[in-house]
Design a protein around this ligand. Structure first.
Ligand SMILES: *Cc1c(COP(=O)(O)O)cnc(C)c1O
Length: 502
């Protein structure tokens, strides 16, 4: 299987090149030229394979320049019981909300307590193997822009991995205290963390620019290094996410919730559009999905886009209690538009150029109709998010994080609006303890709030009886190692000097 850039079809690479490089030279994103097809018989065979078995099957169909042994090794090292707390790294909690069944796909049982671990525990293995195949002897410099969770998950995945260095940029006021503490206390000899004065979009734009600046790449090249990406612009991030949609479908069948062949709806709390796009690819491969429900917080640029076909980032940016979704430029939408426009690289490039120059583009009537028929877009503000957390906990004793609550809220609206009660999978993307303050005030009100993050964690635990994940509990006494803050225009210099090549 080969991959090409969404902005230039003639830019064709192998799977390992796509993963090693992260982003195409022209700024486009790598996409598979065609998708493998899973019919009902294939899905039937997957039912008995378990998570790792399904992962191996999916990886081998996409990463055709990897051997079966290499894929086995990557999967076995990534999804261990030790790292994910069980044989199944992505269990489903069967709950009810407002009288409707909600099947909560818990994707946060990994080492950093957010769904990013599902991909970032395997990406370093895929990347080091890709580097060996494609770039003899070069070290990979992983540049990350994070809205909070990718940064920590990438640091944890890449720490002390041979021939890699990782540098994470996060918005100084745009992550939760726990997310910041997780990153600033990161161990490892090859890691660095730096805040930027700006929001996530500034960080992401800054990183993308560094990736595509010829002079900077030249300096790295001369020092036997090359850039790569651990953001969801890297195909190696998206592919592992396809796996859990297929695995959760199999789990629903195995648990007698649906019959093989039945359709499901999926609900995804969305920021950069990576997670929901993975479910869309799973559907293109043959997974029976009826509707993709895209849930946003007050930064509802995607809700408006799905309803109107106009993407317009010229609007107020809100800092919310679901910070990992505080994004106005959803990078992976580019991959969806490429697909829906019939693999049209010219028109995709045109829209992306318009986005860069005017912050806005309008898709064609056909693409708009295709988006609207497959996707439902909804949004929910902070107040509503807290109400949902409180109600869900009160009714079911189930404590969800702020991002998951946005998804539950939008799903609730969707059912009321449409009456569509197709069985649903709701992606639960983080542990509630990553956002303790917001979750605590949701279930307890603003009164008697303790001062420090870990006091809030303890109080939330006492109040709800919900276990604190061990990786978060163990951070309590750790000292911060990193405290740098730079302006956006200082990012390129910071990268070069922290690599020691300036
Ligand atoms: C990253 C993240 C999201 C958004 O996922 P995208 O793939 O960027 O759409 C949602 N929730 C949490 C907790 C996250 O960390």
């Amino acid at each position: 299987m080969l991959y090409n850039s969404t902005e230039n079809k003639n830019e064709v690479v192998s799977a390992s090149q796509a993963i090693a490089q992260g982003i195409s030279k022209d700024g486009g994103l790598f996409v598979p030229q065609e998708l493998p097809k899973y019919d009902i018989d294939t899905l039937k065979e997957l039912l008995s394979l378990g998570y790792k078995g399904i992962a191996k099957k999916v990886f081998s169909d996409f990463l055709t320049d990897f051997t079966a042994e290499e894929i086995d090794e990557c999967v076995e090292k990534a999804y261990t019981v030790e790292k994910f707390g069980g044989e199944n790294p992505a269990p489903i909690a069967y709950k009810k909300f407002n009288g409707n069944d909600v099947n909560i796909l818990e994707l946060w049982h990994g080492p950093t307590c957010a769904f990013k671990d599902m991909a970032l525990q395997i990406l370093p293995h895929l990347l080091t193997k890709s580097l060996k195949k494609t770039n003899d002897g070069k070290d990979a410099v992983i540049l990350v822009a994070t809205s909070g969770d990718t940064g920590k998950a990438a640091l944890e995945g890449f720490k002390d991995v041979d021939h890699t260095k990782i540098l994470v940029f996060y918005p100084v006021d745009g992550v939760s205290p726990m997310q910041k503490h997780q990153m600033n206390t990161q161990e490892g000899a090859n890691v660095n963390v730096c805040a930027i004065e700006g929001n996530f979009d500034d960080a992401q734009t800054g990183v993308k620019k560094i990736f595509t600046t010829a002079e900077i790449n030249e300096v790295l090249h001369n020092n036997n290094m090359m850039f790569s990406s651990a953001n969801s612009i890297n195909w190696g991030r998206l592919l592992p996410q396809i796996v859990y949609y297929i695995a959760s479908y199999c789990e629903l069948v195995n648990d007698g919730k649906i019959k093989l062949g039945d359709k499901i709806n999926v609900v995804v709390p969305t920021g950069n559009f990576g997670n929901i796009l993975a479910s869309y690819y799973a559907c293109c491969m043959g997974l029976p999905i009826n509707k993709f429900i895209c849930a946003s917080n007050s930064n509802n640029v995607l809700t408006d886009f799905i309803n109107s076909g106009v993407y317009d980032k010229n609007r107020q940016f809100y800092t919310t209690i679901s910070p990992s979704m505080d994004i106005l430029v959803s990078s992976n939408l580019e991959r969806l538009l490429y697909k829906l426009s019939g693999d049209n690289d010219a028109v995709t490039a045109e829209w992306m150029t318009a986005l860069k120059t005017s912050g806005k583009y309008t898709v064609s009537e056909e693409v708009k109709n295709a988006v609207t028929s497959a996707f439902y877009g909804g949004c929910c503000d902070d107040e509503e998010t807290k109400k949902v957390i409180a109600k869900f906990f009160k009714e079911e004793g189930y404590l969800c994080d702020t991002h998951t609550a946005v998804a539950v809220s939008v799903y609730d609206k969707y059912v009321q609006e449409t009456g569509d009660k197709t069985p649903v999978v709701i992606a639960s993307t983080a542990s509630p303890y990553k956002f303790s303050r917001a979750v605590l005030t949701a279930v307890n009100g603003e009164d008697n709030l303790p001062e420090t993050e870990f006091e809030m964690v303890d109080m939330l635990n006492k109040l709800t009886g919900v276990e604190i994940p061990a990786p978060l509990a163990s951070l309590k006494d750790k000292k911060a190692r990193f405290s740098d803050v730079v302006k956006v225009n200082e990012m390129p210099d910071y990268v070069l000097s922290s690599l020691g090549v300036k």
